[in-house]
Design a protein around this ligand. Structure first.
Ligand SMILES: [Zn+2]
Length: 366
Protein backbone atom coordinates (compact mmCIF):
# COMPACT_ATOMS: atom_id res chain seq x y z
CA UNK A 1 0.00 0.00 0.00
CA UNK A 2 1.32 3.38 -0.97
CA UNK A 3 0.22 6.48 0.89
CA UNK A 4 -2.90 6.17 3.02
CA UNK A 5 -6.10 4.62 1.77
CA UNK A 6 -9.51 6.25 1.90
CA UNK A 7 -12.69 4.50 0.90
CA UNK A 8 -16.16 6.06 0.95
CA UNK A 9 -18.78 3.51 1.98
CA UNK A 10 -21.94 5.62 2.08
CA UNK A 11 -23.15 9.19 1.62
CA UNK A 12 -25.98 11.26 3.02
CA UNK A 13 -26.14 14.65 1.34
CA UNK A 14 -22.60 16.06 1.52
CA UNK A 15 -21.73 13.77 4.47
CA UNK A 16 -19.55 10.72 3.93
CA UNK A 17 -19.08 7.46 5.81
CA UNK A 18 -15.48 6.39 5.20
CA UNK A 19 -12.55 4.17 6.12
CA UNK A 20 -9.07 5.62 6.41
CA UNK A 21 -6.26 3.03 6.18
CA UNK A 22 -2.88 3.81 7.74
CA UNK A 23 0.24 1.91 8.74
CA UNK A 24 -1.25 1.69 12.24
CA UNK A 25 -4.74 0.57 11.47
CA UNK A 26 -8.07 1.61 10.07
CA UNK A 27 -10.05 4.63 11.22
CA UNK A 28 -13.79 4.77 10.61
CA UNK A 29 -14.81 8.27 9.59
CA UNK A 30 -16.23 10.73 10.47
CA UNK A 31 -13.73 10.47 13.36
CA UNK A 32 -12.59 12.61 16.25
CA UNK A 33 -8.88 12.64 17.21
CA UNK A 34 -8.06 13.17 20.90
CA UNK A 35 -5.21 15.65 21.33
CA UNK A 36 -1.99 14.17 22.76
CA UNK A 37 0.16 17.29 22.79
CA UNK A 38 3.24 16.09 24.66
CA UNK A 39 3.05 12.42 23.60
CA UNK A 40 0.22 11.82 26.07
CA UNK A 41 -3.51 12.44 26.08
CA UNK A 42 -3.53 14.24 29.41
CA UNK A 43 -4.85 12.22 32.38
CA UNK A 44 -5.33 9.10 30.23
CA UNK A 45 -3.37 5.87 29.78
CA UNK A 46 -3.16 4.69 26.14
CA UNK A 47 -5.44 1.76 27.09
CA UNK A 48 -8.03 4.22 28.43
CA UNK A 49 -7.83 6.29 25.23
CA UNK A 50 -8.33 3.17 23.10
CA UNK A 51 -11.25 2.09 25.31
CA UNK A 52 -13.12 5.27 24.34
CA UNK A 53 -13.04 4.00 20.75
CA UNK A 54 -10.36 6.40 19.45
CA UNK A 55 -8.08 4.85 16.82
CA UNK A 56 -6.03 7.96 16.01
CA UNK A 57 -4.54 10.68 18.20
CA UNK A 58 -2.82 13.96 17.42
CA UNK A 59 0.75 14.76 18.46
CA UNK A 60 2.42 18.17 18.44
CA UNK A 61 5.61 18.82 16.46
CA UNK A 62 6.38 22.08 18.27
CA UNK A 63 6.16 20.59 21.78
CA UNK A 64 7.97 17.35 20.94
CA UNK A 65 10.84 19.01 19.01
CA UNK A 66 11.59 21.13 22.08
CA UNK A 67 11.04 18.37 24.63
CA UNK A 68 12.17 15.59 24.53
CA UNK A 69 13.45 16.19 20.95
CA UNK A 70 12.55 14.49 17.68
CA UNK A 71 15.96 12.77 17.26
CA UNK A 72 15.68 11.32 20.78
CA UNK A 73 12.20 9.93 20.07
CA UNK A 74 13.45 8.49 16.75
CA UNK A 75 16.37 6.77 18.53
CA UNK A 76 13.84 5.24 20.92
CA UNK A 77 11.88 3.78 17.99
CA UNK A 78 9.46 6.63 17.24
CA UNK A 79 6.39 8.07 18.88
CA UNK A 80 4.29 4.88 18.73
CA UNK A 81 6.51 2.78 21.03
CA UNK A 82 7.61 5.87 23.00
CA UNK A 83 4.05 6.62 24.13
CA UNK A 84 2.90 2.98 23.84
CA UNK A 85 0.11 3.84 21.39
CA UNK A 86 -0.33 1.11 18.75
CA UNK A 87 -2.87 2.94 16.59
CA UNK A 88 -2.53 5.82 14.15
CA UNK A 89 -0.92 9.18 14.93
CA UNK A 90 -1.34 12.46 13.06
CA UNK A 91 1.17 15.17 13.90
CA UNK A 92 0.57 18.84 13.36
CA UNK A 93 3.33 20.82 11.68
CA UNK A 94 4.18 23.17 14.53
CA UNK A 95 2.94 26.19 12.59
CA UNK A 96 0.07 26.92 14.97
CA UNK A 97 2.03 26.54 18.23
CA UNK A 98 5.03 28.49 17.00
CA UNK A 99 2.66 31.41 16.48
CA UNK A 100 0.77 31.00 19.76
CA UNK A 101 3.53 29.93 22.18
CA UNK A 102 7.03 30.81 20.98
CA UNK A 103 8.58 34.22 21.57
CA UNK A 104 10.61 36.52 19.30
CA UNK A 105 9.25 34.99 16.13
CA UNK A 106 10.76 36.06 12.83
CA UNK A 107 8.87 34.88 9.77
CA UNK A 108 10.71 34.80 6.43
CA UNK A 109 10.34 32.93 3.16
CA UNK A 110 12.68 30.32 4.63
CA UNK A 111 10.53 29.58 7.71
CA UNK A 112 10.02 30.75 11.28
CA UNK A 113 12.88 31.58 13.62
CA UNK A 114 11.81 31.59 17.25
CA UNK A 115 12.77 31.15 20.86
CA UNK A 116 11.44 28.22 22.88
CA UNK A 117 8.80 29.12 25.48
CA UNK A 118 10.49 26.55 27.76
CA UNK A 119 14.11 27.74 27.95
CA UNK A 120 14.54 30.58 25.45
CA UNK A 121 16.69 28.46 23.12
CA UNK A 122 16.78 29.54 19.47
CA UNK A 123 15.24 27.37 16.72
CA UNK A 124 14.41 27.53 13.01
CA UNK A 125 11.36 25.70 11.78
CA UNK A 126 11.07 25.37 8.01
CA UNK A 127 8.71 23.25 5.90
CA UNK A 128 11.60 20.80 5.33
CA UNK A 129 12.50 20.57 9.03
CA UNK A 130 8.85 20.23 10.11
CA UNK A 131 8.31 17.32 7.71
CA UNK A 132 11.61 15.75 8.83
CA UNK A 133 10.57 16.01 12.49
CA UNK A 134 7.22 14.39 11.71
CA UNK A 135 9.07 11.54 9.93
CA UNK A 136 11.40 11.12 12.93
CA UNK A 137 8.33 10.93 15.17
CA UNK A 138 6.88 8.24 12.88
CA UNK A 139 3.59 10.05 12.16
CA UNK A 140 1.13 8.12 10.02
CA UNK A 141 -0.21 11.45 8.81
CA UNK A 142 2.15 14.40 8.37
CA UNK A 143 0.77 17.93 8.11
CA UNK A 144 2.22 20.52 5.75
CA UNK A 145 3.96 23.43 7.52
CA UNK A 146 1.81 26.55 7.34
CA UNK A 147 1.52 30.00 8.79
CA UNK A 148 -1.41 30.44 11.12
CA UNK A 149 -2.95 33.70 9.93
CA UNK A 150 -3.99 35.92 12.83
CA UNK A 151 -7.69 36.76 13.18
CA UNK A 152 -8.93 39.38 12.62
CA UNK A 153 -6.56 40.63 9.90
CA UNK A 154 -6.74 42.82 6.80
CA UNK A 155 -7.56 40.95 3.59
CA UNK A 156 -4.16 41.79 2.04
CA UNK A 157 -2.38 40.32 5.08
CA UNK A 158 -4.55 37.18 4.93
CA UNK A 159 -3.86 36.80 1.22
CA UNK A 160 -0.08 37.21 1.61
CA UNK A 161 -0.08 34.75 4.51
CA UNK A 162 -2.11 32.22 2.50
CA UNK A 163 0.23 32.55 -0.49
CA UNK A 164 3.25 31.96 1.78
CA UNK A 165 1.53 28.88 3.25
CA UNK A 166 0.92 27.56 -0.29
CA UNK A 167 4.62 27.95 -1.16
CA UNK A 168 5.45 26.17 2.10
CA UNK A 169 2.88 23.48 1.24
CA UNK A 170 4.71 22.75 -2.00
CA UNK A 171 8.04 22.52 -0.14
CA UNK A 172 6.40 20.28 2.51
CA UNK A 173 5.05 17.94 -0.18
CA UNK A 174 8.46 17.79 -1.82
CA UNK A 175 10.20 17.06 1.53
CA UNK A 176 7.80 14.24 2.41
CA UNK A 177 9.34 10.79 1.94
CA UNK A 178 6.61 8.41 0.68
CA UNK A 179 6.27 5.28 2.79
CA UNK A 180 3.57 2.58 2.77
CA UNK A 181 0.66 3.52 5.04
CA UNK A 182 1.91 7.08 5.56
CA UNK A 183 0.59 10.27 4.01
CA UNK A 184 0.87 14.04 3.99
CA UNK A 185 -2.04 16.50 4.16
CA UNK A 186 -2.12 20.04 2.78
CA UNK A 187 -3.85 22.81 4.76
CA UNK A 188 -6.28 25.28 3.19
CA UNK A 189 -5.86 28.83 4.51
CA UNK A 190 -7.46 32.13 3.52
CA UNK A 191 -9.09 33.44 6.68
CA UNK A 192 -12.78 34.28 6.35
CA UNK A 193 -12.60 35.01 2.61
CA UNK A 194 -14.35 32.38 0.49
CA UNK A 195 -12.45 33.27 -2.70
CA UNK A 196 -9.06 33.03 -0.95
CA UNK A 197 -10.10 29.68 0.55
CA UNK A 198 -11.04 28.41 -2.91
CA UNK A 199 -7.78 29.66 -4.45
CA UNK A 200 -5.86 27.95 -1.64
CA UNK A 201 -7.77 24.69 -2.14
CA UNK A 202 -7.13 24.75 -5.91
CA UNK A 203 -3.42 25.33 -5.33
CA UNK A 204 -3.19 22.38 -2.92
CA UNK A 205 -5.10 20.10 -5.28
CA UNK A 206 -2.60 21.06 -8.02
CA UNK A 207 0.29 20.06 -5.75
CA UNK A 208 -1.54 16.84 -4.82
CA UNK A 209 -1.89 15.57 -1.25
CA UNK A 210 -3.12 12.38 0.44
CA UNK A 211 -5.72 14.43 2.31
CA UNK A 212 -6.79 18.04 2.80
CA UNK A 213 -7.21 20.03 5.99
CA UNK A 214 -9.06 23.29 6.54
CA UNK A 215 -6.97 25.36 8.95
CA UNK A 216 -7.16 28.74 10.59
CA UNK A 217 -10.80 28.46 11.70
CA UNK A 218 -12.48 28.29 15.12
CA UNK A 219 -10.23 31.10 16.33
CA UNK A 220 -12.99 33.55 17.16
CA UNK A 221 -14.86 34.04 13.87
CA UNK A 222 -18.06 32.35 15.11
CA UNK A 223 -19.84 29.17 14.03
CA UNK A 224 -21.77 30.74 11.13
CA UNK A 225 -18.52 31.96 9.54
CA UNK A 226 -16.77 28.64 10.22
CA UNK A 227 -19.59 26.82 8.44
CA UNK A 228 -19.60 29.35 5.57
CA UNK A 229 -15.88 28.74 5.03
CA UNK A 230 -16.41 24.95 5.08
CA UNK A 231 -19.28 25.39 2.59
CA UNK A 232 -16.94 27.36 0.32
CA UNK A 233 -14.00 24.97 0.66
CA UNK A 234 -15.25 21.37 0.83
CA UNK A 235 -16.65 21.29 -2.74
CA UNK A 236 -13.27 22.53 -4.02
CA UNK A 237 -11.50 19.49 -2.52
CA UNK A 238 -11.18 16.06 -4.20
CA UNK A 239 -14.18 13.86 -3.48
CA UNK A 240 -12.06 10.74 -2.91
CA UNK A 241 -9.63 12.16 -0.32
CA UNK A 242 -10.17 12.69 3.45
CA UNK A 243 -11.02 16.18 4.72
CA UNK A 244 -9.90 17.38 8.13
CA UNK A 245 -11.29 20.45 9.92
CA UNK A 246 -8.54 21.49 12.33
CA UNK A 247 -9.22 22.50 15.93
CA UNK A 248 -13.01 22.08 15.80
CA UNK A 249 -14.89 21.88 18.10
CA UNK A 250 -18.05 21.74 20.16
CA UNK A 251 -20.46 18.82 19.57
CA UNK A 252 -22.78 21.03 17.47
CA UNK A 253 -19.78 22.19 15.36
CA UNK A 254 -18.89 18.56 14.61
CA UNK A 255 -22.44 17.67 13.55
CA UNK A 256 -22.67 20.74 11.29
CA UNK A 257 -19.27 20.11 9.72
CA UNK A 258 -19.99 16.41 9.10
CA UNK A 259 -23.14 17.52 7.27
CA UNK A 260 -20.86 19.73 5.14
CA UNK A 261 -18.55 16.87 4.12
CA UNK A 262 -15.81 16.85 6.80
CA UNK A 263 -14.32 13.49 7.82
CA UNK A 264 -11.77 14.17 10.61
CA UNK A 265 -11.61 16.51 13.60
CA UNK A 266 -9.39 17.35 16.54
CA UNK A 267 -9.97 19.68 19.48
CA UNK A 268 -8.67 20.13 23.01
CA UNK A 269 -12.22 20.76 24.24
CA UNK A 270 -13.15 17.28 25.59
CA UNK A 271 -9.79 16.73 27.28
CA UNK A 272 -9.33 20.30 28.59
CA UNK A 273 -12.93 20.35 29.82
CA UNK A 274 -12.31 17.06 31.59
CA UNK A 275 -9.62 18.76 33.66
CA UNK A 276 -11.82 21.76 34.45
CA UNK A 277 -14.88 19.82 35.70
CA UNK A 278 -16.96 20.22 32.52
CA UNK A 279 -18.78 17.14 31.24
CA UNK A 280 -20.52 16.74 27.88
CA UNK A 281 -23.70 14.68 28.23
CA UNK A 282 -26.67 13.77 26.07
CA UNK A 283 -28.61 16.37 28.09
CA UNK A 284 -26.07 19.16 27.56
CA UNK A 285 -22.95 20.35 29.37
CA UNK A 286 -22.60 19.96 33.14
CA UNK A 287 -20.25 21.77 35.51
CA UNK A 288 -19.38 19.23 38.19
CA UNK A 289 -18.23 22.01 40.54
CA UNK A 290 -21.83 23.14 40.85
CA UNK A 291 -23.27 22.44 44.34
CA UNK A 292 -26.46 21.02 42.82
CA UNK A 293 -24.55 17.77 42.15
CA UNK A 294 -23.43 17.32 45.79
CA UNK A 295 -26.26 14.96 46.75
CA UNK A 296 -27.08 13.48 43.33
CA UNK A 297 -26.70 9.67 43.21
CA UNK A 298 -27.30 9.54 39.44
CA UNK A 299 -24.49 8.86 36.93
CA UNK A 300 -23.26 11.68 34.68
CA UNK A 301 -25.06 10.25 31.65
CA UNK A 302 -27.14 7.06 32.06
CA UNK A 303 -26.62 6.13 28.38
CA UNK A 304 -22.80 6.43 28.55
CA UNK A 305 -20.58 3.31 28.62
CA UNK A 306 -17.50 5.02 30.13
CA UNK A 307 -15.86 4.10 33.47
CA UNK A 308 -17.08 7.33 35.10
CA UNK A 309 -20.71 6.59 34.28
CA UNK A 310 -20.47 2.86 34.98
CA UNK A 311 -19.32 3.14 38.57
CA UNK A 312 -19.69 6.63 40.01
CA UNK A 313 -22.36 9.13 40.99
CA UNK A 314 -22.49 12.83 40.15
CA UNK A 315 -22.14 13.40 43.92
CA UNK A 316 -18.82 11.53 43.99
CA UNK A 317 -17.49 13.28 40.86
CA UNK A 318 -18.50 16.62 42.45
CA UNK A 319 -16.59 15.64 45.59
CA UNK A 320 -13.48 14.71 43.56
CA UNK A 321 -13.49 18.00 41.64
CA UNK A 322 -14.05 20.05 44.80
CA UNK A 323 -11.16 18.18 46.46
CA UNK A 324 -8.83 18.69 43.49
CA UNK A 325 -8.32 14.94 43.13
CA UNK A 326 -6.43 13.64 40.07
CA UNK A 327 -9.11 10.97 39.61
CA UNK A 328 -11.59 13.73 38.70
CA UNK A 329 -9.51 14.67 35.64
CA UNK A 330 -9.06 11.01 34.70
CA UNK A 331 -12.74 10.09 34.93
CA UNK A 332 -14.11 13.26 33.33
CA UNK A 333 -11.59 13.08 30.45
CA UNK A 334 -12.51 9.43 29.86
CA UNK A 335 -16.18 10.41 29.92
CA UNK A 336 -15.78 13.36 27.53
CA UNK A 337 -13.69 11.39 25.02
CA UNK A 338 -16.24 8.55 25.17
CA UNK A 339 -19.02 11.10 24.54
CA UNK A 340 -17.15 12.44 21.48
CA UNK A 341 -16.39 8.92 20.20
CA UNK A 342 -20.03 7.86 20.63
CA UNK A 343 -21.25 11.06 18.97
CA UNK A 344 -19.06 10.27 15.94
CA UNK A 345 -20.25 6.63 15.94
CA UNK A 346 -23.87 7.85 15.99
CA UNK A 347 -23.11 10.19 13.07
CA UNK A 348 -21.57 7.27 11.13
CA UNK A 349 -24.70 5.17 11.75
CA UNK A 350 -26.94 8.07 10.70
CA UNK A 351 -25.00 8.49 7.42
CA UNK A 352 -25.14 4.74 6.75
CA UNK A 353 -28.90 4.78 7.30
CA UNK A 354 -29.48 8.03 5.37
CA UNK A 355 -31.08 9.86 8.31
CA UNK A 356 -28.56 12.60 9.07
CA UNK A 357 -31.19 15.28 8.38
CA UNK A 358 -33.00 14.57 11.66
CA UNK A 359 -29.91 13.56 13.64
CA UNK A 360 -30.26 13.60 17.42
CA UNK A 361 -27.89 12.27 20.07
CA UNK A 362 -29.80 11.15 23.16
CA UNK A 363 -32.21 13.83 24.35
CA UNK A 364 -30.48 16.68 22.53
CA UNK A 365 -29.88 17.58 18.90
CA UNK A 366 -26.28 18.87 19.26
ZN1 LIG B 1 -19.56 8.60 30.74
Amino acid sequence: MSGIGFEILARDGMARLGRLSTAHGIIDTPAFMPVGTAATVKAMTPEAVAATGARIVLGNTYHLMLRPGAERIAALGGLHPFMNWPYAILTDSGGFQVMSLATLRKISEEGVEFRSHLDGSRHLLTPERSVEIQRLLGADITMAFDECTPYPAEREAVEASMELSMRWAERSRHAFVPRPGHGVFGIVQGGVHADLRQRSAARLVDIGFDGYAIGGLAIGEGQDTTFAMVDATAPALPENRPRYLMGVGKPADLVGAVRRGIDIFDCVLPTRSGRTAQAFTREGTLNLRNARHADDPAPLDPECRCPACAGFSRAYLHHLTKSGEILASMLLTAHNLTYYADLMAALRTAIAEGRLADFAFGGAAP
